[in-house]
Design a protein. Structure first.
Length: 513
């Protein structure tokens, strides 16, 4: 009996197929990165152009798929965001040379660019395709390989977008494996890959818990924090222009960008003007009863009601029991007195913008500072012409971006201002992030500096830098991006392979059911 039990018992424990597959992607990316790091600037730009073109042509298609799969946002707006992460993003960084060595003859320093290697990038469900486009483009421009782990809610469209970009890159001469996406993401998988010694840097965009996990993984990480942007409308502002900016920003893609305004703050003497201007701009300004209903619907369980994220104003109003015009673009609950305990002063990734007012600028500033601490290091907005107040507001607020007289959603992300276009907004020291600016390709490259002594003669003309990059593009032989025969990827042993094959065989013959 014991012998029979022993014979029937599984001799091998079957590994997690998704994790094993992801490890193989990372190994493949490591080989692609080693080859790609020597590409010339011309070759890099040619690949970037091809990827931008492919992404732009499919921007609308993937916008449709993203909304269908996640239920978040507006197709037309997602198409715009996808397009912005193609040619416009490339044009912004086109003149940033991260390939050519730099020589400073006066200081006798030679700088050699060193790409990170393999980038492991987390993508959120709220902006899935735009984030895939954006992070893939940063990796290409910085001569890195990238493995993307999408949010499970958006895994299908994210994987499809990554495949499109990968095919375009390879057709333009990139090594196979330069752009890859995890098909079956999970928390154990992400934790496993984040701690891999094959990962050189993690770019974490998503929830606070996942970003914190990236920082504690043991690998370098570039992460972000949540937003809770406060928009201050000064008495010197044109109320109608400010209201149009606020409604445009808060309704854009149903307000799922973390840069969107959460609270609009003005002075008591100006609140009536703002309410009228917001109505004219397409907002539904709530009375006291509607404000209470909205608060109960959004925060009845003390945390944000997840079903409201990325939904339209009319959709939310119907479920909250509020009668609004079908054309209402945003909902504006009014809280008469600013304070810190009201849930409506928290971040809301839906078209709900809380309006409140203060007795004077000092009270407004105090309230704004405390409110912004829930999204410390992120963004804020200022509407008005009083530059003294603008500077004081910017200095006192615990944020690293203040958008002036423009929509904060698009402005802080660099699409309505001249800030770097980005879908990874660094929150710096205030937000416990490693960077305080918008993430760009230069964050994925570091430089080795050859420095001569101050009093030592240095003939920099004799230095041969031709080996730093070459004019070659990748051969069509895919072996350049895969490990040599007989060598096992790090963390993926022969036993793992045997177990995976055994599982496949059992599934084919019906065993193990």
């Amino acid at each position: 009996m014991n012998e029979h039990v022993t014979m029937d018992a599984p001799r091998l424990s079957v590994p997690d197929r998704a994790i094993s597959s992801a490890r193989m992607k990372v190994e493949r990316a490591a080989w692609a990165a080693r080859y790609y790091r020597n590409f010339s600037r011309e070759a890099v730009l040619a690949i970037a152009e091809a990827v931008a073109r492919a992404g732009y042509e499919k921007a609308g298609h993937f916008a449709d798929l993203a909304v269908a799969e996640t239920g978040f946002g507006v197709v037309e707006h997602k198409k715009i965001k996808n397009e912005l992460c193609t040619h416009e993003l490339l044009d912004y960084y086109r003149d940033m040379d991260l390939v050519t060595p730099r020589i400073d003859k006066e200081r006798k320093i030679v700088e050699l660019p060193k790409p990170a290697g393999v980038v492991f990038a987390l993508a959120p469900a709220t902006n899935p395709v735009a984030t895939v486009y954006y992070k893939a483009m940063l990796a290409i421009l910085s001569r890195n390989a990238i493995v993307i782990s999408p949010h499970p809610v958006a895994k299908s469209v994210s994987a499809a977008a990554a495949r499109l970009l990968a095919e375009a890159a390879e057709a333009a001469g990139a090594p196979s494996g330069l752009i890859q996406c995890v098909e079956e993401p999970s928390i154990p998988l992400v934790q496993d890959i984040m701690s891999s010694d094959r990962i050189n840097v993690i770019v974490a965009t998503g929830g606070t818990a996942m970003v914190r996990a990236a920082y504690s993984s043991g690998n370098p990480a570039l992460g972000v924090g949540p937003g809770n942007a406060v928009a201050y409308v000064d008495t010197t502002a044109r109320a109608d222009a400010a209201a149009r900016c606020l409604v445009e920003s808060k309704s854009f893609d149903n307000s799922i960008l973390c840069t969107n305004e959460s609270v609009v703050l003005t002075l008591d003497q100006n609140r009536g003007n703002m309410e009228r201007a917001l109505r004219t701009a397409g907002a539904h300004v709530c009375n006291e009863a509607d404000t209470d209903r909205l608060r109960d619907y959004l925060f009845g369980g003390h945390g944000i009601n997840l079903e409201a994220i990325g939904k339209s104003a009319a959709w939310i109003a119907e479920r909250a029991g509020i009668r609004v015009s079908p054309s209402a673009k945003i909902l504006v609950p009014v809280v008469a007195t600013p304070g810190q305990d009201d849930f409506l002063f928290r971040e809301k990734l839906c078209p709900v913008l809380t309006l409140t007012s203060a007795v004077d600028f000092q009270q407004a500033l105090t309230f704004a500072k405390h409110t912004a601490r829930r999204g410390a290091g992120h963004s804020a907005a200022f509407h008005g012409e009083d530059t003294a107040r603008l500077v004081r507001y910017s200095q006192e607020m615990p944020v690293y971006r203040v958008v002036v007289n423009a929509p904060c959603s698009q402005g802080a992300a660099g699409f309505a201002t001249y800030l770097p276009p980005s879908f990874t907004i660094g929150t710096g020291f205030a937000g416990r992030s490693s960077i305080g600016e918008n993430l760009g390709p230069h964050h994925l490259v570091q430089w080795t500096r050859i420095a001569y002594g101050k009093e030592v003669p240095a003939d920099l003309h004799e230095i041969d830098l031709s080996t730093v990059s070459s004019d070659r593009s990748a051969p069509r032989d895919l072996a350049v991006a895969t490990p040599p025969a007989g060598r096992e990827p790090s963390g993926f042993s022969r036993d793992d392979l045997r177990q995976l094959i055994l599982e496949e065989l059992r599934s084919l013959n019906g065993a193990g059911k």
